[in-house]
Design a binder for this molecule. Sequence first.
Ligand code: ZN
Length: 62
Amino acid sequence: MPTGNCPECDADVHVDTDADKGDIVSCEECGTDLEIVGLDPVELDIVEEDELDDDMDEDEDY
Ligand SMILES: [Zn+2]
């Protein structure tokens, strides 16, 4: 079973073998919802559910 790396807590996150890009998985360690953005290798991106306002400011905190 492929695993990705949680960007939030650095834990291994198991991804279904039939998962697709855009699918959402939850980190078992911290509970963060993660979107699958790549499959080979598995890449995961944090889903920001709490920030749904249409604020398109340029100040990204990444
Ligand atoms: Zn995590």
